[in-house]
Ligand binder design. Sequence first.
Ligand SMILES: [Zn+2]
Length: 264
Amino acid sequence: MLKTIMAGVLLATPALALDLDRVPEQGMLIRGKVSPGTKVTLDGGPLTVSPAGDFVFGIGRDAKGSVTLKAGAETKRYEIKTRSFKIDRVDGLPQDKVTPDPSVTERITAEAAKIRAAREKESAQTGFAQAWQWPAPGRISGVYGSQRVLNGEPRTPHYGTDVAAPTGTPALSPVDGTIVLAEADLFFTGGTVMIDHGQGVQSVFAHLSTVDVQVGDVVKRGQSVGKIGMTGRATGPHLHWGVYWRRTPVDPAGLVPAEPPKLK
Ligand SMILES: [Zn+2]
């Protein structure tokens, strides 16, 4: 009898077709679901699929054209939805404000290598598939993808969402993860924490006044990893929150409700 019921349940559950949580769009993290055990490729490259059938990929800010997903026998081509990003042109700046001082080049290079090494870590964790929460209450003070052009030179776009909040406000992991970088004082980003959420998805928190975790710590969604501050190159206390899929920065704001919770 039990066997019959079980078989009935299995038959009643149709094979899960390739399902994405949003259309592929510039700068977005896309989460998908397939029947467990299905092999998935993105433009021919294999994606990891969790035992529950969860997978993820990111679309770059400047990606164009289409992406093709193959899941088992199913193939789907998606046009990448385009977005427009804010560009600020600032001209007439003294050149030494545009190019960093050569004396700090060595430090910047060493720190960039450390960040790159942490970013290469890809685990089988599945925190990325959870419902994401804002890492802090406050006001959005900077958006993903905006770009400054200084004296005609385009700078790296702003790859993160800034939440302005007072120094000392806890910075919370948006979903479950493991700490892959915890540094008290990097040149650009000051107190910096990187959290691995699985399958190449990571959060980075910058400008922290206090770092309260160590590499290897396991953190739960909503758990504090440090305190907001204005360390590194920051002009006021805020949390810079970046999200990456492998080497592709994506828009954190695309993962959470439109506004962070209000400061109490
Ligand atoms: Zn920022």
